[in-house]
Design a protein around this ligand. Sequence first.
Ligand code: UN1
Length: 512
Amino acid sequence: NAARINAALGPVAGEVTELLGSLGVDPALWQDGGRAVRSPVTGEVVAHVAEASAADVGAAVERSVAAFHAWRTVPAPRRGELVRLLGEELRAHKAALGRLVTLEAGKIVSEGLGEVQEMIDICDFAVGLSRQLYGLTIASERPGHRMMETWHPVGPVGIITAFNFPVAVWSWNAALALVCGDSLLWKPSEKTPLTALAVQALFERAAAAFGDAPEGLSQVLVGGGEVGAALTDDARVPVISATGSTRMGRIVGERVAKRFGRSILELGGNNAAIVCPSADLDLSLRGIAFAAMGTAGQRCTSLRRLIVNEGVYDELVPRLAKAYGSVTIGDPRAAGTLIGPLIDKQAYEGMQAALDKARAAGATVHGGERVAVAGAEEAYYVRPALVEIESQVEVVKHETFAPILYVLRVGGLTEAIALQNGVPQGLSSSIFTNDMREAETFMSAEGSDCGIANVNIGPSGAEIGGAFGGEKETGGGREAGSDAWKAYMRRATNTINYSRTLPLAQGVSFDV
Ligand code: UN1
């Protein structure tokens, strides 16, 4: 369907150079370094970033500890002022940073901008939070005593992020950690270091406007596995927040646990949507289309499994197949494009391998093939795949980071929930229904086992106000809203005796 393919408009390197300049990124950081950065839009090399060594990580941690010691004594509402200024920088540079996200991660324009909006939102949230880091006052069993808890800054926070949300995920962690009084060490994905350098430049502007932020309060460490390993093994970094694959999280989680550090893990998802007989099918179709095809299936919250009641299967699935066949694929910069590129060749090969496995299991595959886009021969554009499959075979239980939607036919809600929960991951989930009993059952203790359970919206596109994360192999971490801030602080329980005697708890007597 050639008419639906948006041709690439030309090379992107020049525009990347221009954007990095306008965002104030020092050319020394990205012009002659050792690591080539490719844009998924055309596949061309757009920059050569300088990489940190393991020794550089050690020195950065030392600076971060010193910055933490100064920052922890700054009153939290004043710390909030720095985050407010960061939000202002992001507002002022939203267009440029959003565009850079498009060029470096391949997101369509509105999603690149949406990602920066998500950063602005969490900054606003964190500014409010900077006056609300509340601890409890607790009734003491002893006369003349009072108990309370105090939340203190914890130390440098290591933030490891993935290519698919190259800037927003940092901001969920960074905005909270900053108001909590922590310093930051960011290891961005090696696939998307440029957006990280741009955000760091904006942070530095905010810090300059703030005036007396300690040097080294936020640092970026560009590099591969050795940089990540040096950061995760460093006992001076009490919290490591890592977003990415379950494979990566298992390594990070174990290394951090070994030194009794705290990890916040946001790993693979295998998100499902259940469509019930009472569902509004027009609304369901739109929700499914965005969640499954949007961001070319490269969100950790992307819809990967559609569990359809047999009563509506034959009405819904052909309509969905039609939507899959008519969606516009191509240059993410072009108006009208809904599906941009996969991040790289490896992602494409992973997608094809999964489709082959599904075919071998007897599935019917609609789409999934590579799409040629003029001027982008080294890029990987694909038609999203809709895969009708009889049962939840092994490949369906695996997260393939590409636009593949497995469709399963079920009888009743109990069976649907069992299938939805029958995978190792537990990030996000949703149900389309107009039946209150079904919706409430889905959200109840015997319903979805995921960190996110939605009704009449797809599993992706969460707002920052809620806690974000999931269970099982998703890692259990929570980021962004609600009380996720507590993971970036240490809790002290205080017991204060304002009497003249010393009664002991539990009625113990000890008279000397
Ligand atoms: C991710 O893919 O790592 O809920 C994060 C969403 C976005 C965040 C996704 N707000 O889809």
